[in-house]
Design a protein around this ligand. Structure first.
Ligand code: NDP
Length: 248
């Protein structure tokens, strides 16, 4: 059974990592995939080709999620290229880690704008379309760090906690129009973002996870598939932890 067959999905930040995993699983399940990147054009175009070869419509767009203007232009273009929008996955994100003592103002601002303001930008941009059609599923990629906090990530944790408040508020505002909005809180998922971390720190994290391993992009993609599909049609305003038990 293909859970999202024929649905049109927009995924921000899918040129690599978790977003790429999500794009692949949606295409495997028959969804048409519009996805963005900020600088990795080569990998994005390769992914576009790969997804298209699975028999669905797929297109890569260069678009800065932190920009309100870019997000509006992106959604207008996707609406021209695809026949509507059913699912929005706000996945693009960055880290600029440092202890508060050493964190620069621009590191705080950039992380908030890319991780949190982007969610406002994209949700505003698709809102009218979803309201008109009276259905839609919005999925916001938060983090275990947005629930528990993390030393050295005050900016990142604030952005991810902010996404949870945003998610719950939008779920309340749009529920009566059959538009659902949920967040996923991944734990430690092994991607390029985590490749930047010290191997000893990484092993320490793995040891502390009840399931004793880091997650994969596919683990997160499967949760997205569930929240995008009618299997979760009575679920909104929730934060689904996909973290091997880390937040427990
Ligand atoms: P990666 O660094 O591997 O990939 C990030 C993706 O976001 C890339 O496709 C990148 O595009 C894109 N991106 C970055 N900035 C922008 C921007 N301004 N506009 C559009 N796209 C942008 O990250 P992950 O796959 O690891 O993480 C994906 C999401 O999951 C993030 O929101 C992250 O915070 C969250 N998350 C990750 C966890 C993990 O352990 N990996 C844990 C918890 C949450 P480009 O290649 O062009 O730069």
């Amino acid at each position: 059974m293909k859970f999202v067959e024929g649905k049109n999905v927009i995924i921000t930040g899918a040129s690599r990592g978790i977003g790429k995993g999500i794009a692949r699983i949606f295409a495997d399940n028959g969804a048409n995939v519009a996805f963005t990147y900020s600088s990795s054009e080569g990998p994005a175009l390769e992914l576009e080709k790969e997804l298209t070869s699975k028999g669905v419509k797929a297109k890569a767009y260069k678009s800065n999620a932190a920009s309100f203007e870019d997000s509006e232009k992106l959604v207008a273009q996707v609406l021209e290229d695809f026949d509507g929008i059913d699912v929005l996955i706000n996945n693009a994100g960055i880290t600029k880690d440092n202890l508060l003592m050493r964190m620069r103002e621009e590191d705080f601002d950039q992380v908030i704008e890319t991780n949190l303001k982007s969610v406002f930008n994209m949700t505003k941009a698709v809102q009218r379309t979803l309201l008109k059609q009276r259905h839609g599923s919005i999925i916001n990629m938060s983090s275990v760090v947005g629930i528990k906090g993390n030393a050295g990530q005050a900016n990142y944790a604030a952005s991810k906690a902010g996404m949870i408040g945003f998610t719950k508020s939008v779920a309340l505002e749009l529920g009566s129009r059959n538009i659902r909005c949920n967040a996923i809180a991944p734990g430690f998922i092994e991607t390029e973002m985590t490749d930047k971390l010290d191997e000893k720190v990484v092993q320490g994290w793995r040891d502390g996870i009840p399931l004793k391993r880091g997650g994969s992009p596919e683990d997160i993609a499967n949760a997205c598939l569930f929240l995008a599909s009618d299997l979760s049609s009575y679920i909104t305003g929730q934060v689904l932890s996909v973290d091997g038990g880390m937040a427990t």
